[in-house]
Design a protein around this ligand. Structure first.
Ligand SMILES: N[C@@H](CCC(=O)N[C@@H](CS)C(=O)NCC(=O)O)C(=O)O
Length: 152
């Protein structure tokens, strides 16, 4: 186990996994930023600063910019959690460093592009393609885990 933790592949995985998890966590701050700038809140207790009941009612609303960031965050959860779990198992199978780093870089790069494409509403297929690259990388790693470990 100590050998695995000291390996270059594990260190590279830890680096890229941490970067992409931090990116995902950043989506919470971005959501908060859009909530305040668009004055669109979700809970009664969040609009206590409103001066009148009418203003309070206006601030309790759904805003498309906020929802867009929330959808982007949800998509991160759908893709980054599988990457971290499968990527860790893949790391334990002892892959070549160059091949492993290529997988990690492609995935992390694809998620940054996906976020920019989603939040800035870039024309398709920019978001679709970036999502596909990340998904294919995770599936490739899953395939390699199964080829090494398969016991049915
Ligand atoms: N849960 C996703 C599954 C498919 C997916 O992840 N598609 C990518 C590429 S089109 C996406 O960015 N979907 C938008 C989203 O998840 O909000 C969805 O509802 O669209």
């Amino acid at each position: 186990m100590a050998q695995i933790i000291d390996s270059e592949v594990f260190l590279a995985f830890s680096t890229y996994a941490t970067i992409v998890i931090l990116k995902m966590m950043f989506m919470s701050f971005l959501t908060a930023y859009f909530r305040f700038t668009r004055k669109a809140f979700a809970n009664d207790e969040d609009v206590r600063m409103a001066k009148s009941p009418e203003e309070k009612k206006k601030m309790l609303r759904v805003n498309e910019d906020v929802e867009r960031v929330r959808r982007c965050h949800l998509n991160d959860l759908e893709n980054i959690i599988p990457f971290v779990i499968i990527g860790l198992l893949y790391t334990l199978t002892g892959p070549e460093l160059s091949s492993a780093v290529l997988h990690f870089r492609l995935f992390v790069g694809s998620r940054f592009v996906h976020t920019v494409a989603y939040v800035m509403a870039l024309p398709q297929p920019s978001r679709g393609l970036s999502w596909l690259v990340g998904m294919v990388v995770t599936l490739c790693m899953a395939y390699q885990v199964l080829t090494v470990t398969l016991r049915l």
